[in-house]
Design a protein around this ligand. Structure first.
Ligand code: 3H9
Length: 702
């Protein structure tokens, strides 16, 4: 059994300390220890009160989520809680650190709660596709009222001890030793003969909420807006509604149990827990040990202050790391810095930042037009035009000025890191740091290792990602890395489908329904259709050599329809609006292009559109794994969810593929291969092997 609970008698108080490092989840051994400890204390006449606390940095991080879906050993958490609730001796939670999910629910089942000021409490179950299933949906509304309880449970966000006290979730915030404070509180209760306060018996707050249907309507509207396509929020609202309207605690608990079981069985729960573990897994790199020495990044140099360079600079400034940003001339520098300032001012207008925060950030930003000013930076990131020759030249210059030990990074989205490394005298210090636009907002950071990149440089870059509040995923050095290599399959299929009979609007709608924040053509409009068109023109690509999937976009560019920036692209954007409207003229252009290419148009159903957009992306993911470009399938899932808006509730493309059944996916890929041919439909050998062996991508996780 995993975890334990230490029992210690401090005169007339039994002290139970939960010990299940590092964060004390309620694993089988903890439940067993809790149950045994309470019973021992109840049986001992010398014990007058019980204090419950956690060892280390957490009180209890919640249920052990690695146990979900399997057979659980030991007593159930509900059995433990029932024993605690019925206890004739007062139980005091001494909340020393994180009390999340089932951890806070254990505390709510105690008769009193004292908390350390820095200890956070929260019910984050919704983020895992679950609801607080150990009485949280019934006890919390009794303590703080339904409206606040709904806000708290639906957001899943933690609050610190003093805020929990203000809300009425805990009884006392205690400075100093929390265990001593808990014991003193317990003795006081006993001395005063105070009654045992069971939250289940409270009813005042519920009575005040009864009959207030608007409260639940509002919660539903908000959940629909903020948590589109999520299953758990409605389940949570029903539980709180039951707490208020049924009044009877046990009847409410029955609704909670039923809804918790529904969430537990739901594929979204499995996907979101996969994401929880995946986020932690991606930090682990098999050949870079955890204790690899890292550089302390205290200053950064950024080359280029355009959209990417500006956003990257903001990422550093936001966490207090001073930045020196380089531009070619004063005018470009002034323009770039003024955009950064404007972006911060917008945050102030929206109430997300104070003027003082902006001043603090702008105060540690230095502009320069002299590359030598980057000489003292711990990391220099180039964020210039995507052209390998220009990048190589830039790396030579970076090498000439950078101090020994500095990390030299490229923000390329797919160019060869080794070529840049070879242009320097220190290829071991060269790495790719691929930020996603807008770089100050997007969470993903693709860290690209070259052939000669040292383990120290990799470890430093992964740590830097964390410092910048990003999620860093390591990729091998191959064109497009992980994300853009897969994306190319997706966008090219979308381009093919519209030539064969679908409209861009049908394709976008299918992907929107799947849960993407935007479809491929909406994405093209946002990024700008002119980027590819200009690159083809500059590269001297003849019209007949333009890939057929780019023909429509190029025609739109010839009409100066570059996307959102010109208010016209695949969609029409009324002045000042980002919501595009379908345009019959575009459909005509698409139809005309099909005719020119001799393609006979036909109806393509939504199911085929979805499969044809996603399956080549998954097939390419399998190749990326086979080539060793991504370490594990979950690394691809993290890239796609955090960098490309793949819906989180699917668990990412590789996890989703497992849920669809790899055999089904391979059968469809072979069917499309026969029908359409082409490289995209050649099954990846890894996919074929897994299907032949009856295995899933998850089997590769190790
Ligand atoms: C629940 O409670 C349901 C109940 O309502 C109903 C029950 C009937 N279980 O994040 P870290 C592991 S649902 C198992 O790196 P930090 C984690 O995987 C639960 N393992 O540390 C990692 O392992 P490794 C509701 C867990 O300091 C290690 O601990 N609770 C759990 O940055 C360290 O984690 C939650 O959703 C767990 N519950 O952050 C809380 N939690 O080292 C989820 C962590 O092998 N947890 N691990 O990679 C968290 O939010 C953060 O882990 C926490 C610590 C803030 C606690």
């Amino acid at each position: 059994m995993k975890g334990t609970v230490h029992y210690e008698q401090r005169e007339d108080v039994a002290l139970l300390t939960i010990d299940n490092p590092p964060v004390n989840p309620l694993s089988s051994g903890v439940r067993q220890g809790l149950s045994d400890g309470i019973n021992q204390a109840l049986a001992d006449d010398n014990v007058k009160a019980i204090v419950l606390t956690g060892a280390g940095r957490a009180f209890i991080a919640g249920a052990d989520i690695s146990e979900f879906g399997g057979a659980a050993e030991g007593p159930s958490l509900h059995d433990c809680l029932n024993t605690m609730d019925a206890s004739s001796k007062p139980i005091i939670a001494a909340i020393n650190g994180t009390a999340f999910g089932g951890g806070l629910e254990v505390a709510l089942c105690c008769h009193y709660r004292v908390i350390a000021p820095a200890a956070p409490v929260g019910l984050p179950e919704v983020k895992l596709g679950l609801l607080p299933g150990a009485g949280g949906t019934q006890r919390l509304p009794r303590l703080i009222g339904a409206e606040k309880a709904l806000d708290f449970i639906l957001s899943g966000d933690p609050i610190p001890g003093p805020v929990a006290r203000e809300l009425g979730i805990v009884d006392e915030v205690a400075d100093g030793d929390i265990v001593d404070a808990g014991i003193a509180f317990a003795r006081n209760i006993v001395a005063q003969g105070s009654p045992i306060k069971r939250v289940r018996d409270e009813s005042n707050k519920l009575e005040a909420d009864r009959g207030n249907a608007e409260l639940f309507d509002n919660a539903r509207k908000q959940a629909a807006r903020r948590m589109r396509k999520r299953f758990a929020p409605e389940m949570i609202i029903q539980c709180v509604e039951a707490a208020v309207n049924l009044g009877d605690f046990d009847a409410g608990m029955a609704v909670e149990a039923e809804n918790f079981a529904k969430c537990l069985k739901h594929p979204q729960r499995e996907a979101l827990i996969h994401m929880f573990f995946a986020e932690r897994e991606v930090a682990k790199i098999p050949d870079v040990p955890k204790d690899t020495a890292t550089q302390n990044i205290q200053t950064a140099g950024v080359i280029g202050c355009g959209t990417m360079g500006g956003g990257i600079s903001m990422s550093f400034l936001n966490v207090g790391i001073p930045v020196t940003v380089l531009e070619m001339d004063q005018e470009a520098l002034d323009r770039g810095i003024s955009v950064i300032k404007r972006n911060y001012d917008i945050q102030v207008q929206r109430g997300r930042m104070s003027e003082a925060d902006v001043d603090a950030r702008m105060g540690i930003l230095t502009g320069t037009t002299n590359i030598e000013d980057l000489g003292q930076a711990d990391v220099i990131i180039e964020a210039i035009y995507e052209n390998i020759d220009v990048k190589v030249e830039t790396f030579q210059k970076m090498d000439a000025v950078a101090k020994p030990g500095a990390v030299l990074a490229s923000n390329t989205s797919g160019l060869d890191i080794d070529k840049m490394a070879d242009a320097t005298s220190r290829p071991e210090a060269v790495i790719g740091l691929h930020f996603f636009s807008p770089a100050n907002v997007m969470r993903l950071l693709e860290v690209v290792r070259g052939d000669k990149t040292s383990k120290e440089t990799i470890a430093t870059s992964m740590k830097l990602g964390k410092t910048l509040n990003k999620i860093a995923v390591l990729s091998g050095n191959a064109p497009g890395f992980i994300g853009n290599r897969m994306l190319a399959r997706y966008t090219s299929q979308a381009g093919e489908i519209i030539l064969q009979g679908a409209t861009p609007y049908q394709v976008d709608n299918v992907l929107l329904q799947f849960g993407m924040p935007m479809g491929p053509f909406q994405m093209n409009d946002l990024v700008g259709l002119d980027l590819g068109w200009r690159a083809r023109k500059l590269g001297g690509v003849k019209p007949e050599d333009v890939p057929i999937t780019a023909r429509v976009a190029d025609k739109l560019c010839e009409m100066e329809r570059f996307g959102q920036k010109t208010n016209r692209g695949f969609y029409i954007y009324p002045e000042g609006s980002r919501a595009g409207q379908a345009d019959p003229e575009v459909v005509e252009i698409v139809e005309q292009t099909s005719a020119e290419l001799g393609i006979v148009r036909r109806d393509i159903d939504d199911d085929e559109v979805l499969k044809r957009c996603l399956y080549p992306l998954i097939n390419e993911g399998a190749r990326i794994l086979e080539d060793g470009i991504a370490i594990r399938p979950c690394d691809i899932d993290i890239v796609y969810i955090n960098g490309y808006g793949f819906p989180e509730v699917t668990g990412g493309p590789m996890f989703w593929a497992d849920q669809q059944g790899l055999d089904n996916i391979l059968a469809d890929i072979k069917r499309f291969q026969e029908e359409y041919g082409g490289e995209a439909w050649e099954p990846a050998p890894l996919l074929e092997r897994l299907v032949a062996e009856g295995k899933s991508f998850a089997s590769l996780q190790g």
